[in-house]
Design a protein around this ligand. Structure first.
Ligand SMILES: *Cc1c(COP(=O)(O)O)cnc(C)c1O
Length: 496
């Protein structure tokens, strides 16, 4: 028994019938006979299978001849994605198809909408992205540029769609964490200036030049390699200098900036397009450390000018600083979390009107009566009080519905809040509907298939990402990325 037959190396079958074809063999064979090309998706994230099937002309083989067994293959370990792609069901032979003759139209199977297969999904409201860009721009003096930070797939909201929405509302610049993220934006036809907010590995230099992506720079080695590569093909090497004013993550230390610029200035291709720093405590109640960093930065910029170095576009403020400290807007601000409609800290509530872009939806998969005193979910930590229905929804911590929220958060159904009860599981969770309050509100009993809001607003009821972050003792960034970058399908809407 070859251990590569199953992804977990399972080797339980000691005997094979002659001519036995394992699932692994069948998958390898059918993969080898197809040429499906890249997956084409439409605006809702659904596979655009008509064009894809027409283009590739692939077919799922209906018979597998044992004598066509492929030759020896490399170990499965570390290579499993080659043999077991996420969409492998498409290439798998139907079990016993030889005998049953069952045939499936795979293009048709691909048309089954992900939200119907899954019963939990993320909606991103692009008009909220547009609104939040405008709302933040109103806090800026005229002429101050706005960078939309769309790293980590726009905090789980979808980088390309969010970048386009924010640019259409007047954003000037895009910020990303990696070169790969920048290339994705370029490949989607986005031409705005893009800054990688860290110094990328030198191996990416050809990509930076080819795709017109600006790096942040804080080592002389990178600066010189980048400049030489640009110069050798007749290009400039634009960059932003990152200054460490106290966060001690990345950057040239504020009191070494002049020395650093001297060391790299011999290179004629280098273009200092901007100089920036990042605040460690812009979202903290205490303002002392923030003020120390801000004054180090102001002094550094003044020193650069005194030494005849033009710092270019000066920028420092993240969302918290944009909203709380207009004095550090300088020439550009870097808008991240508040672009998506979340408040970085309580100090920012009420200063600007933001609309959360993400809502999280699910449909009920079971409704049951739990006798008084019986427990619900792992640990049986929640006890039913009777007069209620316990409903299950197919969303759990693997979808970003963090376990730490168990028994502490509500879901919304028909504009009413109902408590989530018991431990949130990996793939599912439960909530409890008190039938007395539901009847007195004139609502029907919950049914399988009813839609529930895990995050969002309906009527007077609202459950926010910000509230979850507070309960978890974390930042909204982590919570929205958890939902948005999970396995749930993501769809885009525009409500305004
Ligand atoms: C992520 C990031 C931002 C955006 O921060 P928010 O708190 O999401 O507004 C700004 N600047 C840098 C350098 C970042 O890494």
């Amino acid at each position: 028994m070859a251990s590569e037959d199953l992804p977990n190396g399972f080797t339980g079958f000691s005997q094979r019938r002659p001519g036995f074809v394992s699932a692994g063999d069948a998958m390898r064979r059918s993969r080898a006979t197809r040429d499906a090309g890249p997956v084409d998706r439409d605006a809702r994230g659904f596979r655009n299978t008509e064009s894809q099937a027409a283009r590739s002309g692939w077919q799922v083989p209906n018979t597998v001849k044992p004598e066509q067994k492929p030759g020896p293959e490399k170990s499965l370990w570390g290579k499993s994605n080659d043999f077991f792609p996420a969409d492998m069901h498409k290439y798998m032979r139907v079990p016993n198809a030889d005998e049953s003759g069952a045939q499936f139209d795979y293009a048709e199977l691909d048309q089954i909408p992900p939200v119907d297969q899954r019963w939990s999904w993320v909606e991103v409201d692009l008009s909220a992205i547009h609104h939040n860009t405008l709302a933040i721009k109103q806090l800026l003096e005229p002429g101050v540029k706005l960078m939309a930070v769309v790293k980590a797939d726009a905090y789980g909201h979808g980088a390309v769609r969010c970048a386009k929405s924010s640019l259409s509302a007047g954003a000037d610049y895009l910020g990303v964490a990696t070169v790969e993220e920048a290339v994705e934006l370029r490949n989607a036809g986005i031409g705005a200036p893009i800054l990688v907010l860290a110094e990328p590995p030198a191996a990416t230099i050809p990509l930076l030049l080819a795709y017109r992506i600006m790096p942040s720079v804080y080592t002389a080695e990178f600066a010189v390699q980048y400049a030489e590569a640009a110069d050798s093909i007749g290009l400039r090497a634009p960059f932003h200098l990152k200054v460490n004013t106290g966060m001690n993550r990345i950057g040239v230390r504020f009191d070494e900036v002049i020395e650093f610029m001297r060391r790299i200035s011999f290179h004629r291709a280098l273009d200092l397009v901007g100089t920036f720093t990042h605040f460690a405590t812009a979202d903290a109640a205490d303002t002392m450390e923030f003020n120390i960093q801000a004054s180090h930065f102001v002094d550094t910029i003044a020193e650069m000018r005194a030494f005849g170095i033009d710092p270019g576009i000066v920028h420092a403020a993240n969302s918290a600083a944009i909203i709380r400290y207009p004095e550090v807007h300088f020439d550009m601000v870097r808008l991240g979390i508040s672009l998506y409609g979340y408040y970085p800290c309580p100090e920012t509530y009420g200063i600007v009107d933001l609309i959360p872009a993400m809502s999280v939806h699910a449909r009920i998969t079971q409704v049951k009566t739990v006798p008084v005193g019986e427990g619900v979910s792992y640990g049986l930590l929640h006890r039913s009080g009777g007069f209620s229905k316990v409903c299950t929804i197919p969303i759990g911590y693997a979808d970003g519905y963090r376990r730490g929220l168990s028994d502490r958060i509500d879901v919304i159904m028909d504009g009413m809040k109902h408590p989530q009860v018991g431990a949130i599981c990996m793939d599912q969770s439960m909530f409890e509907v008190d039938l007395r309050t539901r009847r007195s509100a004139g609502k029907l009993e919950p049914q399988i298939g009813d839609e529930v809001l895990v995050v969002g607003e309906a009527g007077n009821a609202v459950v926010t990402i910000d509230e979850m972050a507070d309960l978890l003792g974390t930042v909204p960034h982590e919570v929205c990325i958890g939902f948005g970058s999970s396995r749930m399908p993501r769809i885009y809407i525009a409500t305004r």
